[in-house]
Design a protein around this ligand. Structure first.
Ligand SMILES: Cc1ncc(COP(=O)(O)O)c(C=O)c1O
Length: 486
């Protein structure tokens, strides 16, 4: 039996996702046309050919000017922006209870909350250790205003939020103060889906919740009637590849009044005076959208959402689930000739409560870490796009490799010169822990052939000894490469 037949036998639901093969052949023809294996969907989704066509046709058809004025060009643009806003709220089932604010990206959405949330002495910020740096950065605003800051730990080796620990931390809040919990619905490091029931649990204990949905919504539906975070951050290019430069913050209307914007800008005020030194902020989303929106790109979001609806999130999710399950099991089977495992996988080893983001490190037959930067290069030579590094998620990486505060101090002893490559080198001197890894992530256009191409590439690392990390040596003082034996 060939491997595809075996895969189908083990994953019969894959057959129900055939429409995605048609989409791959038509809308994503450039992938096979170029022999490209794209495995970086957590970095960015891919756009279809027709999304681009529809958007450019719309641009070519209309005369569009800066919105929010009474001219015909402005009125038409305002209509398109507001239509798109309504389509976003409808997509997330939040029309009656949420406000959608356009931002540059998910980071921009998170920062809007971070700078406007009324952190205070006696209040708290609770972050999961698994968080993108754009969420970790909230702590700078919280500490400036005197709020207590805690991290909820992760379990090892699964890298899931430690539920008893987070519940104990949630119980520490004084409900009379402002308390904010921020966590990702899905990890961009391990693919773990964290329990969305945490939103309700936190609410009952006097917390507001910021849900980072950036890595979740490309392959999962988020229904804001079922899960009711106060703030949700999204980047649209991660969902459907195009446009870049447009994200959104969804604010639960009941939480809107808590946010106090630290400044005003063009477009955010109903009234501002120089002589009187005062301003009146516009209500609703307008008060949060600083300056001119990326208005020509905004309508491409409605086109992208319609394409997701047509394709069907259940179909996308079923496919990604089957492929992830197969990829995980085959990666874990990889062995050197001496029987030692080739791969160390971070996070859950099955597809249960995890998405299609798979992060690993490769080792040589003696258990020495292979340099993930060389692996990315070699994959690139074979037309495979994957991602390496720490994926802006230091907490998940530190837990995955059991990096300690002492390890961090050893790195930070290098002061401002510290970079991930230098830190990796320092860790090699401290017993061979890794800092960084190889990430492959699946999405709407992924197919079995992609997985096979990647597994073929990975299997060629069998018995490999020339890619170990020690071959590239940094001068710890100057941070320069002093020996490149690769
Ligand atoms: C979970 C998560 N949160 C936030 C972000 C930040 O997204 P952006 O860079 O689009 O602002 C990312 C990007 O990779 C992410 O994966």
């Amino acid at each position: 039996m060939n491997s595809f037949s075996k895969f189908l036998e083990e994953h019969p639901t894959y057959s129900a996702t055939r429409t995605l093969d048609d989409l791959r052949a038509t809308e994503f023809a450039r992938l096979d046309g170029r022999g490209h294996v794209y495995l970086d969907y957590t970095g960015s989704g891919l756009y279809t050919a027709s999304q681009l066509r529809e958007h450019t046709e719309m641009l070519a058809m209309h005369v569009l000017g800066n919105p929010h004025s009474a001219s015909p060009s402005s009125t038409e643009m305002t209509r398109q922006v507001e239509r798109t806003r309504a389509s976003i709220l409808k997509y997330f089932n939040g029309t009656d209870d949420y406000t959608a604010v356009f931002t540059l990206n998910a980071s921009g959405a998170i920062k809007l909350v971070a700078e406007a949330y009324p952190f205070e002495v006696g209040g708290r910020l609770l972050l999961s250790t698994d968080n993108h740096n754009s969420v970790n950065g909230i702590r700078e605003f919280a500490s400036a205003k005197g709020a207590a800051i805690d991290y909820a730990p992760l379990t090892r080796p699964d890298l899931r939020i430690d539920m008893p620990a987070i519940e104990a931390l949630l119980a520490q809040a004084d409900p009379a103060r402002f308390n904010l919990l921020a966590f990702p619905a899905q990890s961009n490091f391990s693919g773990v889906k964290h329990p969305l029931s945490l939103v309700d649990t936190a609410h009952h204990k006097g917390w507001d919740v910021l849900l980072d949905a950036a890595a979740f919504v490309p392959t999962n539906r988020l229904d804001l009637q079922l899960v009711t975070p106060d703030f949700v951050a999204v980047s649209f290019y991660k969902m459907f590849g195009y446009p870049t430069g447009v994200g959104c913050l969804l604010i639960r209307n009941s939480a809107m009044g808590k946010l106090k914007r630290p400044w005003f800008a063009g477009g955010t005020v109903n009234f501002a005076t120089v002589q009187g030194r005062m301003h009146v902020l516009a209500p609703g989303e307008a008060g949060f959208e600083d300056g001119t929106l990326n208005f020509l790109s905004v309508p491409a979001v409605e086109i992208g959402l319609a394409h997701l609806e047509r394709t069907g999130m259940d179909t996308i999710q079923a496919r990604v689930n089957c492929l992830t399950d197969w990829l995980l099991s085959k990666m874990l089977e990889l062995r050197h000739s001496n029987g030692r495992p080739m791969v160390r996988l971070y996070g859950p080893t099955t597809s249960t409560m995890r998405g299609g983001t798979v992060t690993v490190n490769f080792y040589d037959p003696n258990g020495q870490l292979l340099d993930y930067r060389r692996i990315e290069e070699l994959a690139g030579l074979e037309g495979i796009s994957l991602r390496t590094g720490c994926f802006c998620n230091p907490g998940a990486g530190e837990t995955a490799e059991d990096l300690t505060e002492d390890d961090m101090r050893a790195g930070l002893a290098h002061g401002e010169d510290i970079t991930l490559p230098l830190f990796l080198q320092v860790m090699q001197h401290r017993g061979g822990k890794s800092a960084g890894a190889v990430r492959v992530s699946l999405g709407m256009a992924s197919n079995f052939a992609d997985i096979e191409r990647f597994l073929g590439f990975a299997s060629r690392l069998r018995d490999q000894t020339t890619l170990t990390i020690g071959l590239v040596t940094f001068d710890i003082e100057s941070c320069r490469v002093i020996r490149d034996g690769s």
